[in-house]
Write a protein that binds this ligand. Sequence first.
Ligand SMILES: [Zn+2]
Length: 427
Amino acid sequence: MTTMQEQTDLTIDFATMSNQIMERVDVLALHTEQEGMMTRTYLTAAHRGAAGQIAAWMRDAGMTVRRDASGNVIGRYEGTDPGSPLLMTGSHFDTVRNGGRYDGPLGILLPIGCVAEWNRQGKRFPFAVEVVAFCEEEGVRFKAPLLGSRAIAGTFDTRVLDNVDDQGITMHEAMLGADLDPVHLPTAAVARGKIAAFVEVHIEQGPVLQEEGLALGVVTAISGATRYMLELEGVAGHAGTVPMMSRHDAAMAGAEIALFIEKRCNAAPGLVGTVGQFTVPNGAGNVIPGRAIMSIDIRAGEDTLRVAAADDITMEIERICARRGVRANVKKTYEAVSVGCADWLQQRWTASLQRHGCAPRSLPSGAGHDGMIIAAIAPIAMLFVRCGNGGISHNPAETMTAEDAALASRVFVDFVENFEVPAAGQA
Ligand SMILES: [Zn+2]
């Protein structure tokens, strides 16, 4: 069917492609609210500038582009038939304050680069490929995260439209100002079953792949989390006069609890526990702490691991406090179950990795992602790309290499070119 000349055209220059991806990440980073910092929050001028730039790149790659009612920018690369099933990919283009430039944009710009190559080759698949640039994932401006994916999943909670930003502007007003009418939000929803799979390429945002010398990993699940606020009440006293044996020190009870959390979460791979806040209200250098307040955050890819750890920790809090004569008030503030990546999609990612000489490596995602929302309407999976600088993210020091972008592009192309839409009732 094809001539020799056309066959040579079918090779993709991944080094050039990955250099362009890295350049575009830098260009997108110019769309920021704060000079010299990467800050791009929902529907600010910087955010709208970035949306326009992404749409232009999508068009250049041969996609038709639309903006949905929440502000998601969606590029569609049509399949062999207009009615073809849909493979959806993408990531978010909002950021935290003073964040990194790869968190999100990599998962938008990498697939755009791949689609451009398929378009150049005239290659079509028996499914359409849509690249979604999710408008909002981090929840910075209006203290409500995952807005873009919630719009697509049909689970956008319209109560957040009344949330205000630091300037007192409501989300509702910000949307109208960006020519988005919240009344139309339901039109952004995609029915369950319409998306054959949703896959996201994202930087790992952690050190695991770097420490193991691996460029890529397949995500098993987006971790569930349990969070508590713990208030400890002991007896305040004079630091010089109360003998050690007679004390009911709230902070020392908290310290013992924190060390138990560290030990307990060390005992199982995939389980993490963090005490991120620890305060002694009205504390003074010469007063035995009568009160202490601490946060507890427990996460794991497997819910059974997390629940068992949470149970052990709450029981240990009781034991420690009983022994020390300290009262504990444990309040659960948040609980989310983990969202599993579809086994059949994980297997396909792993096969693509192995075809490109990568050791198979699976790991859970400790951070939340749009996929956990999209999972309500479609099977999801993720490919993690190694971060440099010890895996630091949500930080200007976030980095990755062009070589890893090239390898991730190869694996992404392989994944899509070998993708088969499962028959109804399968997967
Ligand atoms: Zn992200």
